[in-house]
Design a protein around this ligand. Structure first.
Ligand code: ATP
Ligand code: MG
Length: 332
């Protein structure tokens, strides 16, 4: 089986609909086709300020949501990044073969440092894509399920893997991004040109999975669209409607063309109201399952402990190979 690897940050008390459609749904599907490793990336979370108690709670919350979404510890390896020290260790090696200019070209750093204030951006935020390279290469991953915003980081991963292999001999597998076009970028409901994001500008445009479903329904009903009345998929002219159609299609499995037909002659209100209902029907049992997993932290923690043990077995082997290739004296 090919190997899949991906990670998600515990930077908020809830995942959002973009995380679910763009990434988590693919995690669930790939359990069936891949030897799959998924992690809650707490090392990445601290690239921006975190309150320790909140970070700990959000890490459990993240794991509970991943299980509620359908990850099955019998069919995949689910763990917390900091439980596997090899991530930080290989991360250092990768830092040492990355050019400063190369790292400076990562657009996420530019976006995020602008958002947090260029002066308060940390060196960790700057090098986080390089840690992500290590995350992926440690598992010799073939496929990395992510949203569109991560494409550049997967390119960097391939570049650095090739560079390391070229300098020191075959060590790392070259991974490919697994990006599902239709859901690769879910947009903010209030600003359909901006990515829906944990650190969104407007709370009104962000659909959090663990929010009160009624509040989310209202966000769908007040989604920003355009002044036209025709429900038609057109990313350029009708980004708001196109975003709603894509979400509808992803949640119901109905093709976009079929939806256009279904809503012919109907107003935007009908689409928004239907979508609100569809989302509530999906999210209600998801929230219940999350609460069940959270209600039993001992089981949750032991799932993560078993996952970390499985992950470490793979990670340690790759790190040992990389240490040897780069010329470190073996510790006896
Ligand atoms: P932040 O804004 O703090 O980076 P985030 O919302 O991007 O948070 P991450 O934990 O960084 O969340 O991303 C987890 C996964 O979700 C990644 O694979 C990312 O590409 C994907 N993702 C995030 N936002 C969206 C979105 N709006 N549409 C599709 N996929 C998304
Ligand atoms: Mg992100």
């Amino acid at each position: 089986r090919p190997r899949a690897l991906s990670g998600i940050q515990p930077t908020a008390s809830s995942f959002h609909l973009g995380n679910y459609l763009g990434a988590i749904r693919q995690y669930v599907a790939m359990q069936e086709t891949h030897d799959a490793f998924y992690m809650v990336v707490d090392l990445h979370a601290i690239t921006v300020p975190q309150d320790p108690a909140t970070l700990r709670a959000n890490t459990r919350l993240a794991a509970a949501q991943l299980l509620a979404a359908g990850l099955d510890p019998e069919r995949c390896t689910l763990f917390v990044q900091s439980h596997v020290p090899e991530h930080a260790q290989l991360g250092w090696l990768m830092n040492c073969i990355t050019g400063f200019g190369e790292a400076s070209r990562m657009t996420q750093f530019k976006d995020k440092s602008a958002r947090h204030g260029a002066d308060s951006a940390t060196v960790g935020l700057f090098t986080y894509p390089i840690l992500q390279v290590a995350d992926i290469l440690l598992y010799q991953a073939d496929a990395v399920p992510v949203g569109e915003d991560q494409r550049q980081h997967i390119e960097l991963t391939r570049d650095l893997a090739e560079r390391f292999n070229g300098r020191f001999g075959a060590t790392f597998n070259l991974p490919a991004a697994h990006i599902v076009r239709e859901v690769a970028k879910i947009y903010d409901l209030q600003d359909p040109t901006a990515k829906m994001s944990k650190s969104a500008a407007t709370a009104k445009g962000l659909v959090n999975l663990l929010d009160e479903p009624k509040a989310s329904a209202k966000k769908f009903r007040s989604a920003v669209t355009d002044t036209d009345t025709v429900i038609r998929y057109d990313e350029k002219e009708k980004p708001g409607i196109s975003n709603l159609l894509r979400i509808h299609s992803a949640l119901t499995g109905t093709g976009i063309a079929e939806l256009e037909e279904q809503y012919a002659g109907k107003g935007y209100g009908a689409l928004k109201t239907d979508l609100a209902e569809i989302f509530v029907a999906w999210v209600t049992p998801f929230r219940e399952r999350t609460q069940e997993y959270l209600g039993d932290p001992e089981t949750l923690d032991s799932v993560l402990a078993e996952g970390a043990e499985k992950a470490r077995a793979v990670a340690a082997e790759t790190l040992a190979l990389a240490y040897d290739r780069i010329g470190f004296l073996p510790a006896k």
